[in-house]
Design a protein around this ligand. Sequence first.
Ligand SMILES: [Zn+2]
Length: 276
Amino acid sequence: MRNFLTVDVEEWFHICGLGSPLASNGRAALPSRAEFTTDLTLELLARRGIRATFFVLGCLAERHPRLVARILAAGHEIASHGWSHRRVYELDEVSFAEELTRTRAVLEAAGAPCPIGFRAPEWSINDRSMWALAVLARLDYRYDSSMAPLRLVGNPEFPEVPHRRDTAAGPVLEVPPLVGQRFGQRFPLGGGWGLRMSRPAAVIREIDARNCRGEPATIFVHPWELDPQPPRATLPWALRFSHYYRLDGFAERLDEILAGADFGPIGEWALTGDGA
Ligand SMILES: [Zn+2]
């Protein structure tokens, strides 16, 4: 059973919902760590012989086109993480389509094939922005991985398994992140603080349970989570928790998880596997 490993390629300062100096107008002056940390991610995957889907932020691809080329050369899929790291529900249909088109252009200029997958910053395709799925279908995206079956950023009623969403512009495959249950609440077991706080054996056990039911699990990581010396911004408590909780030793725990299950990119499955 093939699971999906996904990487959101962005800087340590691409945090949604912040004012200056981490807001978009102050970011150009901040030190870039994305090349270094993405290379660490590529090395980790190469050691395990794993290919993944890299959702690359457009503004980052414009600044680091050779990084896109290195991801491609290592055999991974390049997909879109939008342009500016603004939440989709903060955009409208026109500006969302512009972000997608601009990102596609820089990814293609860096040598990538036309991206067929999208992931929204902070899982921001939810009940406030369902219109975005039709925009993706109209622009020939085959799959989306932006709808979390979680209360805070998505909707616990969203399905936990990959499924088809029909829109006026055609169908889009939706690939949700792996979630777990604790104390009657769902939490993001597939990535972020939920993955960082979990024991690798527990994550592998949950992936196995899904696979036994014929369901793939989707894991998501960020290169900044693998930074051995991560710069730290001053953040409100909730963001500090979601971004910095248990970064220590995460690379080793992730490596253990990668060794414990089969992983691959989403795109091939969306085009040729069960997803077609
Ligand atoms: Zn992101």
